[in-house]
Design a protein around this ligand. Structure first.
Ligand SMILES: Cc1cc2nc3c(=O)[nH]c(=O)nc-3n(C[C@H](O)[C@H](O)[C@H](O)COP(=O)(O)OP(=O)(O)OC[C@H]3O[C@@H](n4cnc5c(N)ncnc54)[C@H](O)[C@@H]3O)c2cc1C
Length: 370
């Protein structure tokens, strides 16, 4: 592969933007295609593990000018409100995706990445070369990076296995003004779900929860769910009654799946959530998106002579080594412990009473700085 290689990056979240910036800096010709127009809100807890910090600083991508709150303490509460507070080993920082993605796309455009917004990729086909059909035109490429997130029409077009299963999880997010301390991330459980609370830039608080579709259906509406179910936890009751909400209505997403995915599918090299999604409970999806973009771009940059099969093999092995265990543990926590009410009570009570359990779970679901 030579520097003139044309690379198409399908999707401009953290994984896609970082891959595009790094490959462009290494001399590749990159086109990044994003369905939406920046800036925009996403359903996300917006707590970024410090695993990423050194890398982002080294690459000049850390959103320094927005003064992200530094988060060092975890509060965990059970459905009844019993809570424990633990210092986090690594901790993290809080920044909204609205400004972080905008910050990265500005860098990408300034440095010469060909960014196409408001353009959806409809299909990706491979026959020695890639043919990528967008809503506007047909593009050719030598390499396609799939950075299209947790669920996309492209998963259907590419006949990926996980997309055939319906997924029962719903995510809801707000920004609000509250008195939540800057250094704290709270994870409050409620019947059938959990709610993360942490601050982002400009004195705003991110309130983001995950629940089961049936729980929402039983409640009838998001408002009723919050009033009748979330508020059973006294911490959430206080938060929801005192917060000054900044959105007219919440951001909501359905069908969040934690099924196993493949890091390479139909020759497309997948990064971020497109390669595998970890439960939001672990607070580590963005770090994994950034890290997978680094792993893949390192391989493409350092091994320019590789054939497509060699690239696929090398990336699959590197991806599995970095993330397989973490994703498996995340899935066990999500399905076995937080999938049921009794399971979540046992898990939270255990964690609330044992700092050792909490610390081991955090360690098992996180990686090291890269
Ligand atoms: C409820 C919830 C809370 C979370 N909280 C946290 C947290 O606190 N901390 C954390 O680290 N992680 C968290 N995560 C996970 C985190 O949001 C993801 O891991 C991260 O956003 C993945 O980034 P990405 O770049 O892979 O995908 P995304 O950020 O989803 O980007 C994918 C992009 O691809 C675009 N796209 C899709 N299809 C097409 C197409 N056909 N053509 C063109 N563009 C397309 C989309 O518009 C999107 O912009 C949370 C997730 C959920 C659901």
């Amino acid at each position: 592969m030579i520097s003139g290689t044309r690379i198409i990056i399908a999707g401009g979240g953290l994984a896609g933007l970082i891959a595009a910036i790094r490959l462009n800096r290494a001399g590749f010709s990159c086109v990044l295609v994003e369905r939406k127009t920046y800036p925009f809100h996403r359903v996300c807890g917006e707590y970024i593990s410090n695993e990423t910090r050194e890398f982002l600083k080294r690459e000049g991508l850390y959103p320094e000018s927005f003064h992200p709150p530094q988060i060092k303490t975890l509060q965990l509460s059970s459905v009844s409100g019993k809570s424990s507070v633990n210092e986090l080993d690594l901790g993290g920082f809080g920044v909204s995706r609205y400004i972080f993605d905008q910050h990265l796309v500005e860098i990408a455009i300034r440095e010469g990445v060909d960014v196409r917004v408001a353009t959806e990729i409809e299909s990706i086909r491979y026959d020695k070369q890639f043919i990528v059909r967008t809503t506007i035109e047909e593009l050719q490429a030598d390499v396609v990076i799939g950075a299209f997130g947790k669920r996309s029409k492209l998963d259907v077009q590419l006949s990926r296995k996980f997309i055939k299963e319906r997924s029962p999880y719903v995510g809801v997010k707000y920004h609000a003004k509250t008195d939540h301390p800057d250094n704290l991330i709270a994870l409050h459980n409620f019947r059938g779900g959990y709610c993360g609370v942490s601050n982002v830039e400009a004195g705003k608080t991110n309130i983001c929860y995950l629940t089961h579709r049936d729980q929402l259906k039983k409640s009838g509406s998001i408002e009723a769910l919050e009033k009748n179910i979330l508020s059973e936890n006294p911490h959430l009751n206080k938060l929801f009654s005192q917060a000054d909400f900044l959105f007219e209505k919440p951001e909501v997403i359905n069908e969040i799946s934690f099924e196993t995915k493949e890091p390479v599918w139909n020759h497309v090299l997948m990064v971020g959530d497109a390669a595998g999604m970890i439960t939001p409970l672990c607070g580590n999806g963005m770090a994994m998106a950034i890290h997978s973009a680094k792993i893949l771009t390192d391989i493409l940059i350092e091994n320019r002579g590789l054939s497509q099969p060699e690239r696929e093999k090398l990336y699959t092995a590197a991806w599995r080594k970095a993330f397989s265990k973490r994703l498996w543990i995340g899935r066990q926590i999500q399905n076995k412990l937080f999938g049921t009410e009794w399971g979540s009570n046992i898990a939270v009570n255990l964690a609330v009473h044992s700092k050792l359990v909490t610390n081991s779970l955090i360690k098992l679901t996180h990686g090291k700085p890269f």
